[in-house]
Design a protein around this ligand. Structure first.
Ligand code: PLP
Ligand code: LYS
Length: 421
């Protein structure tokens, strides 16, 4: 459920009309709802209420905006980070280091040092060479790093191949079949304190079965590791729960269904459970607001050309992802259209042959469920400045990231004297 609704024929978010934001800030612009963020945190937490003190670490990559992170920090969430940059943004937004977990296959020595200085809760290691490097870095600082190994359970998440992470051929984690050997080697590294097991098999999962299969493997491994004398105290079950994008499709499992499955599978595990939800917290809390530039005749259907493009919202071009596209002030008629951006790529297409509200030049449209992996993946291709972001709460709203001027793009380039101009 979100807080984007039509009131008197115009879409608003909470109590703020989207056309008011578009007129003031310009388009394209991302708009987020605080009430939806709060609701999603509460629903996710509620699904896990049977657990003792779980750590819910928001996957910062899904939406690293400082105001969004500060909202989640106030609600008590931790952070799952994958770079020094995300770590510093999480801390700057008020997320305490002892609620931060560091994931990712390519942590550098510099990032490890930074995270150790900050005193984070856990490093999720993804290879033996990474474990050796972290041990060395920690020892050089006179510390022991708290670690888990992320295991690759070789489970098919049943999601898009580009966001599936738990198959043996994927780059993530250590092979499940070799885990005991990797843990034994880690125990001999004096700079590590081996405390946990982690898993994350992919994103936008619409079926609980692969998650359950992966968690069951984690449970079996915890038993084996403890039997081998490892003091395993944490289990990080990752993120991945899907959200509804297309209203014509069956709903993905709810956080309550997910929580019930987790509680059943993990019953009796002698560990603190950790979670890294991203999309399920922020996905439906955001929309990308865009204006129709013009409508052009097409061979089969008209092209609705909007002022948002693949650089603002990459998901459709990258994964053929489906986002609901709604007129902010629907005229009441529907027709088939192709919705495209102005970028010079055929892939700059948001929807083909879409049955949608009829819109005209100047109308506003909202790309729904754009709060996760939207602004954070935006770029400046075609020299389009990064998309601004707005946060709404009740009847208040604020620009939480301004649109940079085009001059900033020009000034960022350095033209050496020897090039001349
Ligand atoms: C290690 C890790 N944790 C958590 C997440 C968050 O996933 P999601 O947004 O699907 O919940 C991701 C992204 O897939 C990830 O790579
Ligand atoms: N960026 C992806 C999800 C990848 C998650 C990162 N591990 C998406 O938009 O769906």
């Amino acid at each position: 459920m979100d807080h984007f609704d039509y009131v008197n024929g115009a879409m608003q978010v909470e109590q703020v009309r989207l056309d008011v934001i578009a007129d003031a800030v310009g388009t394209p612009v991302y708009v987020y709802s605080t009430a939806t963020l709060e609701r999603h945190v509460s629903v996710f937490r509620d699904g896990l209420r049977a657990l003792d003190n779980p750590l819910i670490a928001f996957a910062v990559k899904a939406n690293p905006n400082g105001a969004v992170l500060a909202t989640l920090a106030k609600l008590g969430l931790g952070a799952d980070v994958v770079s020094g940059g995300e770590l510093l943004r999480a801390i700057a937004a008020g997320i305490p280091a002892d609620r931060i977990v560091f994931s990712g296959v390519g942590k550098t020595a510099q990032e490890m040092r930074l995270a150790l200085e900050q005193g984070i809760y856990q490093f999720n290691l993804e290879s033996e060479p990474e474990a050796e490097m972290l041990s060395e870095v920690a020892l050089s600082m006179g510390l022991r790093a708290p670690v888990a190994y992320r295991i690759n359970p070789d489970v098919d998440a049943g999601t898009h191949a580009k966001i599936s992470t738990g198959k043996s051929e994927n780059k993530f984690g250590i092979p499940y079949t070799h885990a005991l050997e990797s843990y034994a080697a880690a125990r001999d590294l004096p700079g590590l304190d081996v405390q946990g097991v982690a898993v994350h098999i992919g994103s936008q999962l619409t079926d609980l079965a692969p998650l359950e299969a992966a968690f069951t493997k984690v449970g079996a491994l915890i038993e084996q590791l403890r039997a081998a004398g490892h003091d395993i105290r944490t289990a990080d079950l990752g993120g991945g729960l899907g959200v509804p994008y297309d209203p014509s499709q069956p709903l993905p499992p709810s956080p309550a269904d997910y929580g019930a499955m987790v509680c059943r599978v993990t019953q009796g595990w002698p560990v603190r459970l950790m979670f890294e939800p991203g999309r399920v917290i922020v996905g439906n809390a955001g929309a990308l607001l865009s204006r129709v530039v013009r409508v052009k005749q097409g061979a089969q259907a008209p092209f609705v050309i909007v002022d948002a493009a693949m650089n603002d919202l990459m998901r459709p071009s990258l994964y053929d992802a489906w986002h609901d596209i709604r007129a902010v002030k629907p005229a009441g008629t529907r027709a088939t259209a192709n919705v495209v951006g102005p970028v010079c790529e055929t892939g700059d297409t948001f929807a083909m042959h879409r049955d949608m509200d009829v819109v005209q030049a100047g109308d506003l449209v909202a790309f729904m469920t754009a709060g996760a992996y939207g602004a954070t993946m935006a770029g400046t291709y075609n020299s389009r400045p990064l998309t601004p972001e707005v946060l709404v709460s009740g009847d208040q709203w604020a620009v939480v990231r301004a649109r940079p001027p085009v001059e900033a793009l020009i000034e960022a380039d350095i033209i050496p004297d020897w090039v001349g101009r």
